[in-house]
Design a protein around this ligand. Structure first.
Ligand code: TXA
Ligand code: MG
Length: 345
């Protein structure tokens, strides 16, 4: 059900769970002071209790009541409101359920006028993970949220999410050093240019590792999975598909050549969709994320198109993008969504 901003404020204060728009993805929110409401979020999403929630606030003054702000945090506040989540040592009034028993709690000020207005009115932080059942693609439209939960969740319609990928999650270690726990629009490159030192986080760089690491428990190797299998081809393959007359034969040859012991039985998939970008032919089963290969446009369209494709195709073939800027976050999500990967070299 779509509800108004006013109704959302009322429901939140009554301890209900409401889906809210942000600039990254839609969130499933509850006020942090109501433990039952927080528990409901985990139930509705079927989320493992070891995966902590991000708390949303509308200003730093409010944050002071819930977390210990250190001097070295202040230089990061200039990126708020925005797609940046920062870990802080939590105060007593943040429930251990929210943080999955960690002494750290994640906070961000979202850059969406509707959510900010709601936060201002409720005057409590709103804990909100992405508004999808655990393990599914994050929603970037109100319709995606309604579809996921069969209309049983109230959603405030804030339109399409402008960024389309979840926020960057960081931990500030000391004055100029940070650790990136989840890549997002603000990347390693970006923070380096801003003069910060980045400590590598093993989680996000080694996606095949099964050791998930305790730092950011949400960063499971497969986290953003579409309903149908996804085959991820490395960046170099997109050029081959620009000139092809028959993408199916090309794919068959690629699998033969580069994936000799493959368990991919292509002929069992009757309906294959290609998630492409750039100047590629206009085949019916080519879903183009951005004809200009614009990384921000690819990010904005990624989850929406993946969701649409899983309703139509029984195999999705996707391509890595250039591993720079928001492309790093796009590749991270593609890797997590993939069942198989093929590398050219
Ligand atoms: O853009 C976003 O961040 C969206 C919107 C709704 O704000 N939210 C979102 O939440 O993506 P969620 O729950 O889907 O992902 C939260 C991520 C997970 O990887 C989780 O492990 C990490 O943040 N996280 C949250 N609290 C943490 C904590 N206390 N310590 C370490 N990692 C934490
Ligand atoms: Mg999520």
């Amino acid at each position: 059900m779509i509800i108004s901003t006013k109704e959302a404020v009322k429901k939140l204060l009554q301890g209900e769970v409401v889906a809210l728009p942000t600039e990254t993805v839609y969130g499933l929110g509850a006020i942090v002071t109501n433990e039952n409401a927080i528990k409901k979020i985990f139930e509705i999403k079927n989320r493992p209790v070891i995966n902590p929630l991000i708390c949303h606030i509308h200003n730093v003054n409010l944050l002071q009541n819930y977390a210990y702000i250190e001097e070295y945090h202040y230089k990061f506040f200039k990126y708020w409101p925005g797609p940046l989540t920062i870990l802080f040592r939590k105060k007593e009034n943040i429930s251990n359920i929210i943080t999955a028993n960690s002494e750290y709690c994640a906070f961000r000020i979202p850059d969406h006028p509707i959510f900010l207005k709601i936060l201002k009115e409720v005057q409590y932080p709103v804990a909100a993970p992405s508004a999808n059942p655990s393990g599914k693609i994050s929603p970037v439209t109100p319709e995606m949220v309604l579809e996921y939960f069969n209309n049983r969740i109230s959603v405030v319609d804030g339109g399409r999410c402008n960024i389309g990928l979840e926020s960057t999650v960081i931990q500030v270690l000391e004055h100029n050093t940070i650790r990136i726990l989840r890549p997002g629009k603000l990347t390693k490159e970006f923070f380096e240019k801003e003069g910060f030192t980045i400590i590598e986080n093993n989680n996000s760089n080694n996606l095949n590792k099964s050791s998930v690491g305790l730092l950011s428990p949400g960063q499971l190797p497969r986290h953003y999975a579409p309903e149908v299998p996804l085959l991820l081809l490395d960046y170099n393959f997109i050029y081959d598909f620009k000139n092809t007359k028959d993408p199916y034969i090309l794919l068959e040859n690629i699998i033969k050549k580069y994936n000799k012991n493959s368990i991919i039985e292509l002929n069992t998939y009757k309906n294959i969709g290609f998630l492409v970008y750039g100047n590629v032919p206009d085949f019916k089963n080519f879903i183009n994320l951005s004809p200009n290969s614009d990384l921000e446009e690819i990010a904005r369209n990624l989850f929406l198109k993946l969701k649409e494709m899983e309703n139509v195709y029984n195999l999705i073939v996707a391509f890595e993008v250039k591993n720079k800027e928001i492309g790093i976050a796009i590749n991270d999500r593609l890797h997590r969504a993939s069942r198989w990967k093929i590398k050219k070299n």
